[in-house]
Write a protein that binds this ligand. Structure first.
Ligand SMILES: *[C@@H]1O[C@H](CO)[C@@H](O)[C@H](O)[C@H]1NC(C)=O
Ligand SMILES: *[C@@H]1O[C@H](CO)[C@@H](O)[C@H](O)[C@H]1NC(C)=O
Ligand SMILES: *[C@@H]1O[C@H](CO)[C@@H](O)[C@H](O)[C@H]1NC(C)=O
Ligand SMILES: *[C@@H]1O[C@H](CO)[C@@H](O)[C@H](O)[C@H]1NC(C)=O
Ligand SMILES: *[C@@H]1O[C@H](CO)[C@@H](O)[C@H](O)[C@H]1NC(C)=O
Ligand SMILES: *[C@@H]1O[C@H](CO)[C@@H](O)[C@H](O)[C@H]1NC(C)=O
Ligand SMILES: *[C@@H]1O[C@H](CO)[C@@H](O)[C@H](O)[C@H]1NC(C)=O
Length: 356
């Protein structure tokens, strides 16, 4: 092959072309012209390049050093849909930062050093659908901070330092479907916290410091609720209110849970998955659960006497072979480490009756 042919081949094989070849591409960036993507990742940049083309749809800025983020686009970028600012060492975001990119739907701000979101930060982003703020150091949410985000569907705040969710923190998020607040230090969620987010479907609160199930007033279509790894020791008849009747997956594992009252789950009529693994349960009443609910039970100190009869019958009838759904007996003496379903029913009844 001769040189011109090789060059031609190179041109087609290499869709990421550098600045000089087509429409202007910012220094230290590459531009995917047909798709209108601009990629400036690992550019060692300290500001967003001002000369990004006005037809840009995606701007990738991950792994730069932007410490202090402010408005730096010279022109409106009406076509922009996704802005990637992950791992950029961002500490502060000036409220005018997104003034010229009001069309963005996806904003990636995860894995930065953000401690506080200033009032007005999201003022111009009513088109935003997904906001990624996980892995920052956010300690507090100002009231109304998210209220311009009228169309937001998903908010990720996992792995921050939040201690409470107060009344106004989530104001205005009327379209929210997914909310991830896992791995924070939340011990207090106010009664009105979710009042705007009526249609929330999936709420992740795992690994926080909650000691009781928070009030989820006004949420009406929640399907997945993850409370794993909190400090909730007891589920009672008032733990889950009536408006949670559409919950189909409930994760209450790894919580040191000691007791689930027989009425605790009565309102969760659509439960398909109940995760109770790694708790301190000795018995469980399952009479209020539909027969098709999958219950994960391992890692509890089950007491295999007559008080476990309901569960015993359910397990025998279910004939599940999933090891995570097994009841491993911790007591009484003689039945330690036995799997409940392998024990003869007369033994269980005998152990129970001998107690009285
Ligand atoms: C990054 O930029 C700084 C100055 O802004 C410079 O000192 C450093 O050598 C650059 N690092 C790389 C890998 O280019
Ligand atoms: C981009 O700017 C050029 C020149 O200023 C203008 O003709 C064009 O309409 C603009 N495109 C968009 C999408 O705003
Ligand atoms: C990032 O920029 C700040 C100042 O803007 C500087 O102090 C710091 O050393 C830079 N970090 C890296 C990894 O380049
Ligand atoms: C931010 O706005 C909220 C409500 O709009 C207000 O309560 C709060 O004091 C403001 N904070 C600052 C630092 O201006
Ligand atoms: C929880 O928050 C509410 C309102 O923000 C406050 O009145 C209450 O004292 C807090 N409770 C705890 C235990 O921090
Ligand atoms: C239960 O705890 C054990 C030991 O701490 C751990 O290895 C396992 O992953 C946990 N299981 C679940 C489902 O969290
Ligand atoms: C269960 O125990 C009873 C009484 O000890 C015995 O008659 C029966 O055969 C046992 N059933 C099984 C399946 O081992």
């Amino acid at each position: 092959m001769d040189w011109p042919a090789l060059m031609l081949l190179g041109l087609f094989a290499n869709t990421w072309v550098s600045a000089e070849q087509f429409t202007p591409c910012p220094e230290k960036c590459t531009c995917l012209t047909a798709e209108h993507h601009v990629k400036c990742t690992y550019g060692n940049l300290t500001t967003i390049p001002p000369d990004v083309s006005n037809s840009t749809i995606e701007l990738h800025m991950d792994y730069n050093n932007l410490t202090f983020l402010q408005q730096s686009f010279h022109q409106d970028l009406p076509e922009m849909r996704a802005l990637f600012l992950r791992n950029c060492n961002i500490q502060t975001i000036k409220p005018d930062t997104f003034q010229k990119v009001t069309g963005i739907q996806h904003l990636y701000l995860d894995a930065n050093e953000i401690q506080e979101l200033e009032n007005g930060t999201f003022e111009d982003l009513s088109n935003l659908l997904y906001l990624y703020l996980q892995k920052n150091k956010i300690v507090h949410l100002q009231p109304d901070i998210f209220s311009p985000l009228k169309n937001l569907i998903a908010l990720y705040l996992t792995d921050n330092l939040l201690a409470e969710i107060s009344d106004g923190s989530l104001n205005g998020l009327t379209q929210l479907r997914w909310l991830d607040l896992g791995f924070n230090m939340i011990s207090n969620i106010s009664k009105e916290a979710f009042k705007a987010s009526v249609y929330l479907r999936k709420l992740d609160l795992q690994n926080n410091l909650l000691t009781s199930v928070p009030p989820f007033k006004s949420i009406i279509s929640l399907q997945v609720l993850r409370l794993s790894g909190n400090r909730i020791r007891k589920l009672s008849s008032t733990s889950f209110s009536r408006n949670l009747k559409s919950v189909s997956e409930l994760y209450v594992d790894n919580m040191g849970l000691k007791r689930v009252s027989s009425l605790a789950l009565r309102r969760l009529r659509r439960l398909d998955v109940l995760d109770l693994r790694n708790n301190s349960l000795t018995s469980l009443s399952v009479s209020k659960l539909k027969s098709s609910t999958t219950i994960y039970l391992t890692g509890n100190p089950w007491k295999c006497d007559c008080s476990i009869a309901e569960l015993y019958i359910r397990l025998l009838m279910g004939k599940k072979n999933d090891p995570e759904q097994e009841v491993q007996c911790k007591s009484p003496k003689g039945l330690e480490d036995r799997s409940l379903t392998t024990i003869n029913v007369s033994v269980i009844n005998y152990v129970g009756s001998s107690m009285y």
